[in-house]
Design a protein around this ligand. Structure first.
Ligand code: SAM
Length: 327
């Protein structure tokens, strides 16, 4: 049985560190956009759709007063979503210094380029750090346990080595209370590998994204070698351009079980949209965000190319084993 205290030290080699730095520098360098720039983005409707998916996850799984840990929180784009869920406490961590700075600015309410809004109702603790290297149970000893841990569009950055993937899940498991929930979104390896098989070479994509696997990638190697460190380069217009790693879902599933968590839900984002758009409360939210036109059950506003990008991701919900403390 897994013993969080007894893990071997997860040491990092220079190459692993270099890639983590590359990812951090990429996100750190992304400056805040003005509202006009954002609306002109070729993936504006995809961004809105992703915000809708994250909002639905938060509304479904966060309760009033919850303590929330947002791993790889970025610029704090989800702060408003957590505020709407009336959470009681928020800890956000990200490896990119620039993003945490933006998150701090957004939280403090000054220079918020979107709107002048009241301050958030919950206290927040914002930290710059590598969630997949550092033992967060030590760093956050005074903040834990959490009712909800969230990791949106970021867990795959832990899959560069087994040690990092384990550190990520060990952190989540150690910080969640028994019965607590881990929600997230990450690339859907099944879809990506299927697209790779259909592609001519090691590259595929459309007008808004491309994925390029490393030259040494081969199907044979993929099937026989380690399920960690399967690297590709991901480019998404106006959003991402950095190394990422495949997260084979069956490996993810057995690893989370090792860390005392069980799978509650996994859905490709296409399936997620089809399922939750039927619910009246989420149709209204979609209408307000404007990702799918006026809330029709089709993709009237999203371009086909953006909709294809949505297919590259999945949403998951995990539950930390044990009975919640009822006192
Ligand atoms: N969760 C945010 C959201 O949904 O808007 C940001 C998502 S962004 C696609 C990925 C984020 O993961 C970036 O902010 C990046 O800096 C962060 N990240 C990548 N590797 C990380 C690590 N090792 N530790 C902490 N954050 C990391």
């Amino acid at each position: 049985k897994h013993n969080p205290e007894g893990d071997a030290e997860f040491l990092e080699d220079e190459t692993t560190k270099k890639f983590a730095r590359k990812v951090a520098d990429h996100y750190s360098a992304r400056t805040n956009q003005t509202l006009e720039e954002r609306e002109a983005s070729p993936i504006i409707h995809l961004k809105k759709l992703n915000n809708w998916i994250k909002s639905v996850l938060i509304q479904l799984y966060a309760r009033k007063g919850d303590a929330v840990l947002d791993l790889a929180c970025g610029k704090g784009g989800d702060l408003i979503k957590w505020d709407k869920a009336k959470i009681g406490y928020y800890v956000g961590i990200d490896i990119a210094e620039g993003s945490i700075e933006d998150c701090r600015t957004r939280y403090n309410g000054d220079a918020d380029h979107h709107q002048h809004r009241k301050k958030f109702t919950f206290p927040a603790h914002l930290i710059c750090g590598d969630c997949y290297e550092v033992r967060l149970d030590k760093v956050l000893a005074d903040d834990a346990p959490f009712d909800v841990v969230s990791c949106q569009f970021a867990l795959h950055y832990s899959w560069s080595t087994e040690a990092r993937a384990r550190r990520a899940l060990a952190n989540v498991s150690a910080l969640l209370r028994p019965g607590g929930t881990f929600i997230g979104t990450m690339p859907d390896a099944n879809v990506i590998i299927k697209k790779l098989r259909e592609a001519e070479g090691l590259v595929f994509g459309n007008s808004v994204y491309w994925i390029r696997f490393d030259e040494d990638f081969s199907e044979k190697k993929f099937k026989s070698s380690s399920p960690f460190g399967i690297k590709y380069k991901f480019h998404l217009e106006d959003a991402v351009d950095c190394p990422e790693w495949i997260v084979p879902f069956h490996v993810f599933k057995s690893l989370v079980e090792e860390y005392d968590m069980e799978l509650v839900l996994v859905k490709n984002n296409h399936e997620f949209v089809h399922e939750y758009i039927k619910k009246p409360e989420f149709v209204e939210l979609m209408r307000r965000l404007g990702a799918l036109g006026d809330g029709n059950q089709d993709q009237s506003t999203l371009s086909n190319d953006e909709w294809e990008v949505a297919h590259l991701y999945l949403a998951f919900v995990l539950r930390k084993r044990g009975e919640p403390d009822r006192t």
